[in-house]
Design a protein around this ligand. Structure first.
Ligand SMILES: [Zn+2]
Ligand SMILES: [Zn+2]
Ligand SMILES: [Zn+2]
Ligand SMILES: [Zn+2]
Length: 288
C-alpha cells in the first residue's frame, strides 16, 4: 500500500501551524505566519471543529494521507500540545449541540429557498399544504384520505411545525406530536365522523350508480348491434327464399314440360299402335 501520512506545511514559508477561518459550510486553514490559504475542508453536515483544545492554543497541525488520486485529512491536532481536536455537533449558527440534537437536525426537512426548518400548515386547499414559515414557499402537499384535512394549529396552541424526513405528516415544534387530522366536507367546513362516513357512502353509491349507467349504455349498444345483425340475416334469408321460390317455379314448369312431353309420347304411341293395327288389318284383307 502506498499510503503515507505526512504533515501539511506551508508552501511559501514551510510553517506547519495553521489558523482556522470558517465560512458557510467550509473550514479554511491559513498559514499562521504568512496568512496564505492552504487547506479547505468541507465537514459533514452539522459538524464543526472544536474551537480550540484544553490548552486554549488556537493553532492547528494537520496530518494527511496521500493516495494516488486524492488527499485525505487524517487528523487535526493542536499546534501546541498535539492533542487531537474533536469534531463536534453544531447547529445552523455554529453553536455546539448534542449528538441527539444533530440527529434531529439531520432528520428534518429544510426549505430549499431560505433553509428554514419551520413550517406552517395551510388547510384552505383540498390537499393541505406545508409552507415555509419564513419565505412562504410550498414545501409539501399532504395527501389525506377523503374528507380528511390537517389542523393548522396543534392542540398545544402552537402553529409552527417541523417536517421529519421519515414522516409524511408535520410534527409540532413545541410538543412533538403529529399534526392532527380533522374531518371536512367539500367546502372545507369541519364535520363529525358520522357525517364523513355518510358522505363516503353517498360517494360510493353515486359511483355505483354511474357504473350501472355505463353498463346499461354498453348493453344497449350491444343489443342494438345484435339486433341489426339479426335483421341483416333475416334479409339474407328472405333473399334466399325468393331465390328458392324462383327455382321451384322453374322446376315446376320443367316438370310440367316433362309430363306434357310424356303425354305427347303416349298419344304418339297410341297413334302408332292404331296405324300398326290398320296395317295388320289391311295385310289380312290382302291375304284372304
Ligand atoms: Zn506560510
Ligand atoms: Zn493544545
Ligand atoms: Zn423558506
Ligand atoms: Zn403541539
Amino acid at each position: 500500500m502506498n499510503k503515507m501520512v505526512t504533515t501539511f506545511s506551508c508552501d511559501v514559508c514551510h510553517e506547519v501551524k495553521f489558523l482556522k477561518e470558517e465560512e458557510k459550510g467550509f473550514i479554511k486553514f491559513v498559514c499562521q505566519k504568512c496568512n496564505e490559504v492552504k487547506i479547505t475542508v468541507k465537514p459533514k453536515e452539522y459538524r464543526g471543529l472544536k474551537k480550540h483544545c484544553n490548552c486554549l492554543d488556537g493553532s492547528f497541525k494537520i496530518s494527511k494521507i496521500d493516495n494516488l488520486d486524492k488527499i485525505t485529512i487524517k487528523k487535526i491536532k493542536c499546534g501546541k500540545c498535539n492533542q487531537e481536536i474533536e469534531w463536534i455537533a453544531i447547529d445552523d449558527k455554529g453553536n455546539e449541540i448534542t449528538e441527539e440534537e444533530r440527529e434531529h437536525l439531520l432528520n428534518t426537512v429544510k426549505c430549499e429557498q431560505c433553509e428554514s426548518r419551520f413550517f406552517v400548515i395551510d388547510s384552505t386547499y383540498k390537499t393541505p399544504k406545508v409552507k415555509c414559515l419564513e419565505c412562504g414557499s410550498d414545501i409539501r402537499d399532504i395527501k389525506c384520505d377523503d374528507y380528511v384535512s390537517l389542523k393548522e394549529v396543534c392542540s398545544c396552541k402552537n402553529n409552527i411545525f417541523e417536517l421529519l424526513k421519515s414522516e409524511k405528516i408535520p410534527t409540532c415544534r413545541e410538543c412533538g406530536n403529529k399534526a392532527e387530522k380533522l374531518y371536512v366536507d367539500n367546502d372545507g367546513n369541519e364535520i363529525d365522523r358520522v357525517t364523513r362516513e355518510l358522505l363516503i357512502i353517498q360517494d360510493n353509491y353515486d359511483y355505483l350508480e354511474r357504473q350501472i349507467d355505463e353498463m346499461k349504455t354498453e348493453f344497449e349498444d350491444r343489443i342494438y348491434y345484435v339486433e341489426s345483425d339479426i335483421s341483416r340475416l333475416r334479409g339474407k334469408i328472405s333473399d334466399q327464399e325468393e331465390h328458392n321460390y324462383i327455382l321451384q317455379n322453374d322446376i315446376d314448369s320443367i316438370e310440367r314440360e316433362i309430363s306434357s312431353i310424356g303425354r305427347d309420347i303416349n298419344s304418339m304411341e297410341y297413334d302408332i299402335n292404331r296405324l300398326k293395327e290398320n296395317v295388320e288389318e289391311m295385310d289380312f284383307k290382302i291375304r284372304y
